[in-house]
Ligand binder design. Structure first.
Ligand SMILES: O=C(O)CCC(=O)C(=O)O
Length: 257
């Protein structure tokens, strides 16, 4: 998939592009089938919710699950992200947010994703795109991802790393209440809703968050974080599943539709 000139303008303006149902249903079924086993892993790459049981974040599935690995190099994602970043790209990080139903999937307070990549991983500039792939249908009732369109234009906002209250040992860079009010008034808030297989390409400084999922339905999303090769990270303190040190440019693989 290649982006048009007007899509490039839209990305610059709103900070994201949305493609409903981009990935075909058979590949989404493969990903869904693999999800149970990746959530069950014992390693530190799986971060649990406050209950200590439900998976809140699963890092690095593209390295140990074939369908997730295949998707991470799909031309459907690699080609448009290369266009948006004007460079070769590598995968800085992948993570799944399973957002289980029945209140197990906790909330995410308002934040930008770039701050920890800059301050901990040494990512020089916000030349990074989050490819967000819906593993389940995302509706208004199962806690969709909420975005402030255009908020990336404000650059890096003031934030303070604080241990995410919904989990153990995972820092979230929450923006200030003053910025939250100001940006919401200026940009509004949009929910990302669509069928499983939908994809959003999101600038890493877009402010986002989500509520806890009190519906009975799981709302899993995969985040593939692509960085420009010329913007490779210099930090080494975090493990491979949070700060991938292999900067080899990705070659676009088979498409998924
Ligand atoms: O998927 C969600 O509900 C929010 C996740 C999020 O904000 C993040 O991983 O940075």
């Amino acid at each position: 998939m290649l982006l048009t000139e007007s899509q490039l303008v839209e990305f610059n303006d709103r900070g994201f592009l949305f493609f409903p149902g981009l990935i075909d249903t058979s590949h989404i079924s493969d990903l869904q089938d693999s999800l149970a086993s990746v959530m069950d892993r014992d390693g530190p790459e799986v971060i649990r919710e406050q209950d200590g049981e439900a998976a809140r974040l699963v890092f690095g599935a593209h390295t140990y699950s074939e369908p997730f690995g295949r998707l991470s190099t799909s031309a459907d994602l690699v080609l448009p992200v290369r266009q948006l970043l004007g460079d070769e790209i590598y995968l800085h990080q992948s993570r799944i947010n399973p957002k289980l139903g029945m209140g197990q999937g906790g909330s995410w307070t308002w934040h930008q994703d770039y701050p920890p990549w800059k301050s901990i991983d040494g990512m020089p500039r916000p030349r990074c795109v989050m490819a967000t792939v819906f593993l389940d249908d995302c509706s208004p009732v199962n806690s969709p991802l909420l975005l402030m369109p255009g908020s990336q234009q404000h650059g890096l906002l003031e934030s303070h790393p604080q241990t995410d209250s919904n989990t153990h040992g995972y820092d979230l860079h929450q923006i200030t209440t003053a910025d939250l009010k100001r940006l919401a008034a200026e940009h509004g808030i949009e929910p990302l809703v669509g069928p499983a297989g939908s994809v959003a390409l999101i600038h890493c400084n877009v402010v986002h968050g989500s509520a806890n999922n009190v519906s009975p339905w799981r709302r899993a999303i995969l985040y593939l974080i692509y960085n420009a090769v010329s913007n490779a990270c210099t930090g080494t303190s975090r493990p491979w599943y949070q700060n991938n040190r292999d900067f080899t440019p990705l070659q676009p693989g088979p498409v998924n539709h």
